[in-house]
Structures are given as C-alpha cells and as structure tokens.
Design a protein around this ligand. Structure first.
Ligand SMILES: C[S@@+](CC[C@H](N)C(=O)[O-])C[C@H]1O[C@@H](n2cnc3c(N)ncnc32)[C@H](O)[C@@H]1O
Length: 234
C-alpha cells in the first residue's frame, strides 16, 4: 500500500518495532501501512464511530492482517489497557479534542513512550495542555497537502519551559530546525488573520488582539528571514 503527505509524515515518527495504538483510525490506513512496511508488528486500531471502525475492519480483513491489527470500538484511550502499546497516534482531530482524550485517559497516556499527535486546529491549546501536564514536545513537523498545512507534534514524558507565548502557536522545534515550510506557514497565518482584520470596521478588543497577533507573527517571520535567525536566540 502507498501512503503520502500528512499520513506519511506521521508514520516517520513511529520508531521501528513499536507497539502502536491509532486512536480515531477511521479508514485504517495508518495501522495497515505500519504493519505492511514492517515498522510495527502489533497495532490497535480504534474508533468511537462504528461506521468508521468498519472501514478499518474491512481493510484489515481484506489484507489478512488480523493477527497484527486489533480493531476496537470505543472512546479515546478507554479501549487500551496499561502497557499494551509504546506509541499512541491521535491524528485528524481538533487540538481541544485530542487534549480531552489525553486528559481522560491520562493513566494510559502517561505510561507510553511517545505520543504522535496531528491536530487539525487549536494546536496552541494542545501544546499548552502537553507542557502543563508533564510532557515535553521533543519534535514537530509541518506538511503541506492539497494547499493545506498540517502540524505534527511529537511528545514524550518530561518537562519543558516555554520562553515566549508565541511558541504555543508556532512550535519552537520548527524554529530550531528552520523547517523549510515555516516561512510560508507563517505568511499563510498572517494573510488569514489580515483578511479577518480587514472585515472588522470598528476599533474594538477583537481588532486589537488580531493586530497584536499579526505583529507577533511578522516579528517571528522577519527574524527567520535574517541570516542569523536572530529572532530565535535560544
Ligand atoms: C477525521 S478522522 C481522522 C482519521 C485518521 N486518524 C486520519 O488522521 O486520517 C477522525 C476520526 O476520529 C474519530 N473520533 C472522534 N472522537 C473520537 C474519540 N473520542 N475516540 C476515538 N475516536 C474518535 C472519528 O469517529 C473519526 O473517525
């Protein structure tokens, strides 16, 4: 099976030999690819929605992967027992929902080696949740597919200090590694906020907040464009 874009990037962060849970698996592409490519020998594919899980079940049966992929119907991490997996993937959901799933299942989440998370929105909320709840963000990635940007957050147990609030919105790891998509991602965010700003007529709190946010993104972008990456000084 071939896999590309967002899903391929997520897979890159799964250490070979891991036991993995894919929470909210839907189409089941991640579990099937993980097993067929030899990255994982055991994957739990789960979903809250019966119709979604059935898509995954069909795929697993068609490929005769039942001895490697267990499908489970249920909410978040409630489908998992302690120490069953090393890595949990939660992808394609909002950041607030991902944080809620981690919070409700923290007895399980806290025992795994790695979380691979791909929020569709509210990534700032998710980063804040992780950092305030005993995780460190050890890596981040960005991928562009069909003109949309996707953020991937890799978290492990640990502590992390956030030096500037803007790093909740733009992952510090992306700045550290000078990610090739970071400048256009920032410009995209500035353009989006400017469009909203231009539709607001009166000077109010909302406008002030938007202007402040745009300025912060511009300062970050300008810093990245300087040869020494001077905005980021550790
Ligand atoms: C948009 S799909 C993402 C599918 C896949 N993970 C991906 O990234 O392409 C989101 C899936 O999450 C499932 N879901 C939503 N809330 C959930 C929860 N609390 N527990 C398990 N699955 C959930 C939905 O039923 C849906 O199938």
């Amino acid at each position: 099976m071939k896999i590309k874009g967002r899903l391929k990037k997520i897979i890159e962060y799964i250490p070979v030999g891991s036991r993995v849970a894919d929470i909210g698996t839907d189409h089941g592409l991640i579990p099937v690819y993980l097993v067929e490519s030899g990255i994982a020998g055991f994957v739990i594919a789960s979903d809250l929605n019966k119709g979604s899980l059935e898509k995954a079940i069909k795929k697993v049966e068609k490929r005769n992967l039942q001895s490697h992929i267990e499908t489970r119907l249920g909410d978040g991490l409630k489908v998992l027992s302690l120490k069953e997996v090393d890595v949990i993937i939660i992808a394609g959901m909002g950041g607030i929902l991902i944080a809620k799933i981690l919070e409700e299942g923290k007895n399980i989440a806290k025992t795994v080696k790695r979380l691979v998370l791909q929020p569709m929105r509210d990534s700032d909320y998710l980063r804040k949740y992780l950092i305030e709840n005993g995780y460190k963000i050890c890596d981040e990635d960005l991928v562009k597919e069909n003109q949309k940007y996707y953020e991937i957050i890799i978290a492990e147990q640990g502590r992390q200090k956030v030096k500037k609030d803007i790093y909740y919105e733009i992952g510090e790891r992306l700045i550290e590694k000078n990610h090739p998509l970071l400048k256009e991602f920032l410009q995209h965010k500035i353009n989006k906020l400017t469009k909203i700003l231009n539709k607001l007529s009166e000077m109010n709190e909302k406008r002030k907040k938007l202007e402040k946010k745009i300025k912060e993104f511009e300062v970050l972008l300008n810093g990245l464009e300087m040869p020494s990456n001077s905005f980021y000084n550790g």
